[in-house]
Design a protein around this ligand. Structure first.
Ligand code: GDP
Ligand code: ZN
Length: 459
């Protein structure tokens, strides 16, 4: 399929040393050649080469900007079309001027957000799952989330879905043969085969869904609340975590900003610390336990870090909170272990699970590794460093996997209750279709538009 030619600034808009204008489509090379003054004629240049020159307005002859042009002929390009990238070195104004000149060329128009990636998908260079990973790449907030998204963009997850689909299509083919040639009378054999193949597929779907929760956490960070009475060391802990911070802080559309959040990483674990304004409060006299805040934390947080002071006896408030948090994912941090013990540790151990107790001295930077290990066990069964970066993290993928799971479950069920094979076929076919939708087969235009509209301009 041949589309028109699109152009956009592909780097972040703002003051930067360099900006790239990307042009993709059948007229990309011709249009650029018309405005590019260089020793070489771009039309004759080889693919995957760089060329130095100037962009000039063909009408006025005015030289607009000194540039380096990259030429990539389709299909060996990101969009699988002819692609030209103009690397401009000046500031915002110069880049906009270049784009203006580019867009004045016949047959060119400004790209919509995500349109380059959409073309890569429509031209069959990537599947929908890979395209969606490009969005995640742009938004990822930790090294690990980035690596996970990159794996998905490379197609690691797509491969597993394709293999899964293969299992289901084999089953479907077998059933269809059976429907077409019923005189073969392989009914019993077929039932066993349906169960066997469905189980095989269900096993893999189960594995993929298990990674979903971990994937979500990696993408969004573990929503973490630090609570505890004044002076136990909450601010100090927060500051220490923030020092470790290697996460890039960005705005995620759709998240409320009324609680101040901070992204930090503890080893490979991304944490999203809630209500940091309240904890940062230096005037600890006004900092109360904040019943309301604890409430919110109790309900919304994925993880509660409840800090106690080793150098202090337990307070009635602590007991109340500990009781309330019994069923919540809570880690009890016994802070100030460098001081003498006044806290009744027997009581603490009676009130909460021993494996959730972490002894620390924030002052002496002791215990951070144990905290990391405890969180890792709690959320990743300690497997976070296994190196397997295949995670299902997209809600669309998760719901389609669940749908396929349901359909295959129904198929197995049906073999037990003597339901006619052509009805079982419907279940199996529906599983096959759900899996296909993940990769972008048989999805409607409106869904595709909706997915790509989440992109930023120039991607
Ligand atoms: P918050 O009220 O819970 O935020 O507590 P802060 O972080 O403001 O700490 C209260 C006081 O305890 C400060 O003077 C800290 O320096 C001190 N502190 C924090 N952590 C430790 C620790 O591990 N050992 C000791 N000895 N003092 C600490
Ligand atoms: Zn504080």
């Amino acid at each position: 399929m041949i589309y028109d030619t699109i152009a956009a600034i592909s780097t972040a808009v703002g003051e930067g040393g360099i900006a790239i204008i990307r042009i993709s489509g059948p007229d990309a090379i011709e249009a650029t050649a018309r405005i590019f003054r260089s020793r070489i004629d771009l039309r004759e240049a080889e693919s995957h080469t760089l060329h130095y020159g100037h962009i000039a307005d063909p009408k006025t002859g005015e030289q607009v900007e000194e540039v380096i042009v990259t030429l990539m002929r389709g299909p060996r390009s990101f969009t699988a079309e002819d692609v030209v990238e103009i690397n401009a070195h000046g500031g915002v104004v110069a880049v906009k001027k270049v784009l203006d000149v580019v867009l004045l060329q016949d047959g060119l128009r400004l790209a919509e957000p995500g349109e380059f990636t959409k073309r890569a998908f429509l031209n069959g260079r990537i599947d929908l799952m890979q395209a969606e990973a490009v969005i995640d790449l742009i938004r990822s907030k930790s090294d690990r989330a980035f690596s996970v998204a990159r794996k998905q963009a490379e197609g690691t997850l797509s491969k597993r879905i394709k293999a899964l689909r293969q299992t289901v299509i084999e089953l479907l083919a077998h059933i269809e043969v059976n429907i077409d040639y019923p005189e073969h009378d392989v009914e019993d054999l077929t039932s066993a085969y349906i169960r066997e193949q469905s189980d095989k597929a269900l096993d893999e779907i189960g594995k993929l869904l298990k990674t979903a929760n971990e994937g979500k956490i990696l993408r969004e960070g573990i929503m973490t609340a630090i609570v505890g009475r004044p002076n136990v060391g909450k601010s100090s802990l927060l500051n220490m975590l923030a020092q470790e911070n290697k996460a890039i802080v960005t705005d995620i559309p759709g998240t409320t900003r009324d609680v101040i959040e901070e992204y930090v990483t503890l080893g490979p674990i991304p944490l999203r610390l809630l209500d940091t304004a309240g904890i940062r409060e230096t005037n600890d006299v006004v900092e109360k336990i904040g019943v309301e805040r604890s409430h919110t934390a109790l309900e919304e947080a994925d993880l509660i870090l409840f800090v106690l002071n080793y150098n202090e006896e337990m307070h009635e408030d602590d007991r109340l909170l500990l009781e309330k948090m019994a069923d919540r994912p809570v880690i009890i941090i016994i802070n100030k272990m460098d001081l003498s013990g006044k806290l009744d540790m027997d009581e603490v151990e009676r009130l909460c699970k021993p494996e959730s107790i972490v002894r620390m001295s924030v002052l002496e930077e002791e215990g951070l590794d144990l905290l990391e290990k405890t969180i890792s066990t709690m959320f990743f069964e300690g497997q976070l460093d296994s190196g397997d970066l295949t995670y299902v993290s997209n809600v669309r993928h998760i719901s389609l996997l669940k749908r396929a799971q349901q359909s295959l479950g129904d198929a197995i069920e049906a073999t037990h209750s003597g339901i006619p094979i052509d009805l079982i076929q419907i279940d199996v076919r529906s599983a096959w279709e759900s899996l296909g939708e993940i990769l972008g087969d048989e999805v409607g235009d409106s869904l595709i538009d909706q997915i790509f509209s989440q992109f930023c301009l120039g991607k």
